[in-house]
Design a protein around this ligand. Sequence first.
Ligand code: HEC
Ligand code: HEC
Ligand code: HEC
Ligand code: HEC
Ligand code: HEC
Ligand code: HEC
Ligand code: HEC
Ligand code: HEC
Ligand code: HEC
Ligand code: HEC
Ligand code: HEC
Ligand code: HEC
Length: 326
Amino acid sequence: MEKKNYIITLGFIIVLIFFGIWFLTIIQTTPTEEVQPTPTEEIQMEPVAEHAPEPAPEPAPEAAPEPVAEVEPTVEAAPEPTPPVEVKPADFDIVPLEDQDCTKCHPYAVKDINERGGLHQSLGCSECHLEHPPLGKNPIPTCEMCHDPGDATHYNIKNCSACHYPHYPTEMEFGEIDASACLSCHPAQGKEMEAKPSEHAGLNCTECHMVHREWANCADCHTPHAEEMTHADCLACHKPHSPKAVNYADGIPNNYCACCHEDVGNALASSKKAHSEMGCIECHESEHMAVTQCDECHDADLHGASMHERYPLCLDCHNNPHALAE
Ligand code: HEC
Ligand code: HEC
Ligand code: HEC
Ligand code: HEC
Ligand code: HEC
Ligand code: HEC
Ligand code: HEC
Ligand code: HEC
Ligand code: HEC
Ligand code: HEC
Ligand code: HEC
Ligand code: HEC
């Protein structure tokens, strides 16, 4: 009985050893079997898989995510070439990115530059993007690399990207930005606002100029004095950067004054005397509240010198310039 048990145990151990050896062999062969099918399907997976075990554990997670994420477009773009299978980790590091590679992973950036890039179209992607992650830590160029702050006041502004997006640098929609950025090219408007202070000096330039070379209508923020007044009319009396001083040229109709001076407007219009044919601005010329004297149009000695000496003011007798009385 004991001998029978001994034989059974021995047999069992032998079988165990046999299975052990067989199992070990399997473990050793599995990886090689799995590596080979992968490259044929997903070309760039290979460097990742081989990258991982070799260097220290840290770079592995960094190297892994990006190429994996980008694999799909690449595979679609270039399914034929089998040569990449031979790419070794060492080659992977030294194969530089060419400009024609960018489109595979960043199609929109390429499209933007091609269609809207302006003078930046003359540049290759890698003239600006000198590095690429994860190998390069600074993929984004500074503007001053090429636009030397010493060359223009404009290149000294801090936040270039508040106005320009480099892939379409001339298409600008201004957000909240410092007036100094505009003043770097338009110093005159800043000086005007400083010299003739008004409530507008407290506004940001971009509240009226959202898009370069365009401006808001006055009526977007104000109620016109008279219903029929247009934006161009406003500018006939007000300067946008110093609106407090009211100056005007010829061509202001009487109702644009009479909307605020109703009594005078009515008096002049209903008068039967010759002045009622006149424009307000003939006697209130160029500047709000200016008054043209009677003797600039009439002879000062009209009624004889001795009479004018006794009554020096024409209005002593003629009463009211708008509704002349005898
Ligand atoms: C195989 C796909 C692939 C190719 C080819 C490729 N890139 Fe990238 N690129 C990526 C991925 C993925 C990222 C994101 C990496 C990250 O965030 O760490 C990236 C990031 C960048 C960034 C940084 C974006 C940021 O917000 O920091 C720039 C710039 C860039 N790529 C430019 C280029 C240029 C220029 C080329 C051509 C010379 C190019 N890429 C080619 C996949 C690619
Ligand atoms: C004049 C320099 C310049 C050129 C040329 C240029 N870029 Fe850029 N690119 C930049 C700058 C600067 C940024 C960062 C923009 C930001 O975030 O405000 C950027 C951002 C990117 C980004 C990050 C994502 C994004 O769209 O903001 C990618 C990707 C990119 N560029 C790819 C390209 C590719 C591809 C080309 C070639 C077709 C190219 N760039 C040409 C300067 C340039
Ligand atoms: C690699 C060099 C380079 C870099 C970096 C660069 N630029 Fe330029 N940029 C140019 C060149 C070259 C021109 C052509 C005109 C010139 O010579 O000034 C230009 C022109 C421009 C123009 C005029 C475009 C047109 O179509 O009229 C703008 C705006 C501009 N750049 C803004 C920027 C801004 C903002 C940045 C940073 C985000 C930047 N650039 C970064 C080289 C560069
Ligand atoms: C306040 C918005 C704003 C900011 C901020 C800004 N720009 Fe501009 N930039 C403009 C405008 C507006 C133009 C004129 C475009 C035109 O003439 O149609 C311009 C034109 C340019 C031009 C082409 C004309 C020229 O003078 O060479 C370049 C280059 C340029 N900017 C570079 C820069 C750089 C570099 C920065 C950051 C240092 C910057 N810009 C910051 C608004 C801005
Ligand atoms: C890089 C220089 C530059 C910057 C920065 C700049 N401009 Fe200009 N701007 C110009 C040029 C050049 C013109 C065209 C001038 C002309 O046609 O006489 C112009 C024209 C204008 C015009 C129209 C002028 C007209 O008579 O039609 C307005 C309004 C204007 N800019 C406002 C702004 C505002 C607001 C900012 C800031 C957000 C700004 N600009 C920033 C260069 C610049
Ligand atoms: C209250 C609105 C308003 C504000 C704020 C404003 N502008 Fe203007 N700006 C205008 C209007 C309206 C015009 C058009 C004038 C015309 O057609 O005669 C104009 C014209 C301009 C012009 C063209 C030349 C000229 O003087 O007519 C420039 C340049 C300009 N603005 C720059 C600026 C700058 C820079 C700032 C900020 C410092 C600024 N503007 C603030 C309304 C404004
Ligand atoms: C973005 C809004 C905005 C636009 C556009 C605008 N204004 Fe104003 N304006 C203001 C504000 C805000 C004030 C100060 C409060 C008030 O008087 O309503 C002001 C004040 C004024 C004043 C009184 C100035 C003072 O210092 O007492 C005049 C005059 C004026 N605006 C005329 C105009 C004219 C003319 C235009 C068109 C060229 C215009 N505004 C366009 C916002 C605007
Ligand atoms: C005929 C000249 C004239 C025209 C046209 C004109 N204004 Fe005036 N505006 C004035 C005068 C004069 C004042 C100053 C009144 C005062 O001293 O209180 C004034 C004052 C203002 C004020 C300061 C607040 C107020 O109501 O007293 C604003 C805002 C204003 N105007 C906006 C406009 C706008 C917007 C337009 C175009 C729709 C416009 N103005 C057209 C002459 C004019
Ligand atoms: C927005 C309303 C407004 C408009 C438009 C306006 N005025 Fe006036 N005007 C006033 C106000 C308010 C005063 C009083 C100001 C004061 O006494 O400080 C005044 C004062 C005057 C005075 C001086 C009165 C005095 O006692 O010395 C004259 C003259 C005058 N306006 C003429 C005109 C003429 C001419 C126009 C058209 C070109 C005009 N006004 C358009 C509001 C306006
Ligand atoms: C023939 C010249 C003449 C014409 C035309 C004229 N004015 Fe006058 N206006 C004067 C004179 C002169 C004074 C000064 C009166 C004084 O000093 O008592 C005056 C004073 C005023 C005053 C301030 C005193 C008051 O009566 O309220 C206002 C406002 C005024 N004018 C508005 C107008 C308006 C509005 C018009 C057009 C509808 C107009 N004027 C047309 C000559 C004229
Ligand atoms: C801008 C020029 C101008 C000014 C200033 C002016 N007038 Fe006249 N006036 C005229 C004209 C034009 C007539 C009509 C033709 C004529 O009689 O010479 C006229 C006519 C008159 C008449 C005759 C009216 C009639 O119906 O027969 C009187 C009176 C008169 N003016 C008084 C004055 C007095 C007083 C002042 C100063 C308060 C004055 N004028 C300022 C241009 C002016
Ligand atoms: C003492 C009162 C008085 C004074 C002062 C006076 N006038 Fe007269 N004016 C008259 C009378 C009266 C008439 C005649 C009325 C008529 O014929 O209907 C007249 C008529 C006029 C006429 C129209 C008749 C013509 O001869 O063309 C004008 C113009 C005139 N005056 C302008 C003036 C001027 C300008 C002044 C100031 C330099 C002035 N007057 C000062 C009383 C006066």
